[in-house]
Design a protein around this ligand. Structure first.
Ligand code: EPU
Length: 440
């Protein structure tokens, strides 16, 4: 059954919210459990549908999982995975499961010497090819055959040199998960360094994996032949993207919100952009407070791999930029189609446009190829209406537009929001938002 959001705007968000565990860490640790020879216990696990989808995928391979959403604890025994085929029917496989399937390639190859994984299609934010995944697997000695829908892999994982042409989060994680047991040494050059990847490395190392960095940030892995295990619970770090979503919503609605349970070091660039825009930002230990300081100033912002501004914050920042008087630009350089939601924002009263040209004085690989630069002429007055959510982060951006609107807003396809934001309706309500979930 599909669900929709009903929002009555006009109220500022005020108060404190506790950030939940990071979506992009927990799902990767669940996949990593297939490399472990004992159960892994995770704490601070967010109650989001992406965790359920990942659990279903791993269960279908034979893993046993106890997930207590109410106390945010998950116990997973990946050691009893008994199938090498991460394949499911198209109606049960969500796009999240499809994307995680390729990350299972390395762990399944380690366990069975062969693996079959599903090919994901493009999605609402970009084509998202798998070439970099196939590249690291080949560099590690794996033979690959492809059909229209499947990737068949076979071979003994053997260390090698991996030099990525682009800092891909998933490909870096996949290369790590494939090399911890590979025979000999692997070097991963031009790897991504998102905080959730650092956490994955930390957990793998704690479990016994041999991982080093050099002074250029390259990752070196020496394959181990000892079983990986951790005999104490691992706590998932606070979700930096969730934290920033609430802080941006506070500034956009002229409110004041404190987020707790977040490491501010993971948000350096985004918090500085918030200040450059004109917001007041107070950072204290694991808490951040943001409110609208004075007049909001237009800006030119650009997304890039961490520690630059995260692409996942692009859509949410665009709505905030629409509150500033003057012309702002958002230059998206990570995903080739991450502006589908602008059409929906325009239904709610926006006047956003997107172009193939790079932002002024910028250049990137999408120049003149993809619509990747949004122009924002502010201030925008959202009047509300009925719109459709296109993807996870667009869900939060459209929700903020609804909170700003002068008339009620209905947003269809609410499942996108619930996929990645734990208790989002409850948290927004606790900050004073008038928002509820309805069933279509
Ligand atoms: N890319 C390729 N070939 C590949 C892999 C990636 O060309 O084989 C390209 C992508 O098409 C994209 C760019 O590289 O243009 C970056 O993609 P990346 O691999 O870094 O992204 P991802 O691993 O697929 C994760 C997050 C995304 C987040 C990005 C960037 C998870 C589950 N997903 O995706 O989050 O936007 O990193 O930080 O970790 C989401 O949560 O909904 C989400 C989209």
């Amino acid at each position: 059954m599909s669900q929709f959001l009903e929002i009555i705007g006009g109220k500022p968000l005020n108060g404190t919210v506790r950030v939940s565990g990071a979506k992009n860490e927990v799902t990767k640790l669940m996949v990593a459990s297939v490399l472990f020879d004992r159960p892994l216990v995770l704490e601070n696990v967010p109650a989001i549908s992406d965790v359920e989808v990942t659990a279903d995928l791993l269960k279908s391979l034979g893993a046993s999982i106890e997930y207590q959403a109410h106390n945010h604890r998950l116990k997973i025994n990946g050691a009893n995975v008994s199938k090498h085929e991460a394949v499911y029917s198209s109606d049960s496989g969500s796009s999240s499961a499809n994307r995680l399937s390729i990350l299972l390639a390395g762990p399944l190859l380690y366990r069975f010497g062969k693996a079959v994984v599903q090919k994901p299609g493009g999605c609402r934010i970009g084509e998202r090819p798998l070439d970099l995944h196939l590249y690291y697997l080949r560099q590690l000695g794996i033979k690959i055959a492809e059909t229209d829908t499947l990737i068949e892999l076979e071979g003994a994982l053997t260390g090698g040199v991996i030099e990525f042409p682009y800092k891909s989060v998933g490909a870096t994680e996949g290369a790590l998960l494939s090399s911890v047991y590979a025979k000999g040494r692997t070097i991963i050059k031009n790897s991504a360094h998102e905080p959730e990847i650092i956490e994955l490395i930390t957990v793998l190392q704690e479990a016994g994996a041999m991982i080093e960095y050099d002074s250029e940030g390259n990752i070196h892995i020496t394959g181990t032949d000892k079983p990986l295990f951790i005999d104490h619970p691992i706590s998932i770090i606070g979700d930096r993207l969730e934290a920033m979503s609430y802080l941006i919503a506070a500034v956009a609605t002229d409110g004041k919100v404190t987020v707790e349970g977040i490491d501010p070091r993971n948000l350096t660039t985004a918090l500085t952009h918030l200040r450059r825009l004109g917001a007041d930002v107070v950072i204290e230990d694991d808490k951040i407070t943001a409110s609208r300081g004075g007049t909001l100033k237009p800006l030119m912002l650009e997304t890039d791999p961490h520690p630059a501004l995260a692409t996942d914050l692009q859509q949410i920042f665009v709505v905030l930029l629409s509150r500033a008087t003057g012309t702002s630009y958002m230059h998206e350089t990570v995903f080739d189609k991450r502006f589908a939601y602008l059409e929906q924002l325009n239904i709610l009263g926006g006047n956003f446009s997107v172009a193939k040209k790079c932002a002024p004085f910028r250049t990137c690989r999408f120049s003149d190829v993809h619509d990747h630069t949004a122009k924002i002429s502010g201030p925008v007055l959202f009047h509300g209406g009925v719109a459709k959510i296109t993807d996870l982060r667009a869900a939060f951006a459209l929700t903020i537009a609804g909170l700003l609107a002068t008339q009620p807003t209905t947003l269809h396809d609410a499942h996108h929001l619930l996929r990645g934001y734990d208790n989002v309706i409850g948290k927004l309500q606790s900050l004073g938002a008038s928002i509820k979930l309805g069933d279509d």
